[in-house]
Design a protein around this ligand. Sequence first.
Ligand code: F0G
Length: 385
Amino acid sequence: EPLCRSGVWRFSELLPFAPPEKIVTIGEGQTPLIATDGVAKYVGTNPGTLFLEYEGMNPSGSFKDNGMTAAFTHAHMIGAKRAACASTGNTSASLALYCCSSKLMQAVIFIGSGKISYGKLSQALDYGALTIQIAGDFDDAMLRVQQVSKELGIYLVNSVNPFRLEGQKTIMFRVLESLDWQIPDWIVVPGGNLGNSSAFGKAFHELHALGLIDRIPRLAVINAAGANTLNSLYNDNGLRWNGGRPDQAIINKYYAGLDAASSKADTIASAIEINRPVNLMKCLRALDWCDGVVREVTDQQMLDAKAQVGANGFGCEPASAASVAGAKLLREQGVIAPSDRVVCILTGHQLKDPTATIAYHTTDQEEFNRVLGKRGVSRAAFANR
Ligand code: F0G
């Protein structure tokens, strides 16, 4: 009976690893796909063509629950008692929620210092996760949690975990279902650790191989300009999947350059403030399967897009708005046509990260400077709308 309430497990034939009695669900994946002409106008596509997949409506407020129910179920299958992740906040909130509602495991979370929004941190604390702040950023926390979980035998639920991606495939199943299986032209998704984009590619590849769809939508992965490893590798360095043999030298050289410059990711979209995406390879494969494109957008472009999403009756956090900002950019560049049907994924709820939103709209110059001052953001675009 609980399976009926899950927007993930009702597709269990397409993620066939879990015996029904082991499945841990909290009713994730009941998320709407909504057409919005206000946002279509902003992006520059025709009325009726722009859809928002509202993943902020999940129980923990982000798309992470789609993958967490799958990874958590697998952890339960193998008898894990503790589960860990590094997080910019949403993975940790999701893990903490599955742990405390199921009482099956203790959550152990690693966060970078000062790198998590209060909304997300407060979730982990309320849900009773063991919360460890490390000196460093997400990339450092990711390294640390991989070492610690290996040494201590703690189950790791970051999206290096393949079961996470199995669950996240269902976001695309639901998008297609909502569109009556009329394949859209574009799926536009923010790129951080690149789990979603990898999972979406796998979803379409499998649906196509099974003969359930005859065309694969194009995938657009959108980085923040301040955390643009994928965009740099893909567009500036020509890195491609290349039949499973991407040029490792390009990747090594890029990361060596980051190390040499002690370069850290830096964006207002803290959710995707990641320089070393763990799913880089899988994402390259997804881009290959889906005739994909990669772009980066500035903090200004994300915050402007976010305000438009809000003004049209939806909410999302800054990182999520990368999808809408990216769609607008691709439309301006003529890559997306006015008649194309475009699905933008809103990955996290508006209330997750109110600090940037308030700073963007405030008339208090001090508050504006504190949060956005060094980011070259102005309010003009929204004020003149
Ligand atoms: N959007 C939001 C709201 C996120 O929280 C994340 C990732 C992404 C997009 C990027 O997704 O990794 O699949 O490319 N947040 C992770 C976390 C890193 O720890 O919560 P991705």
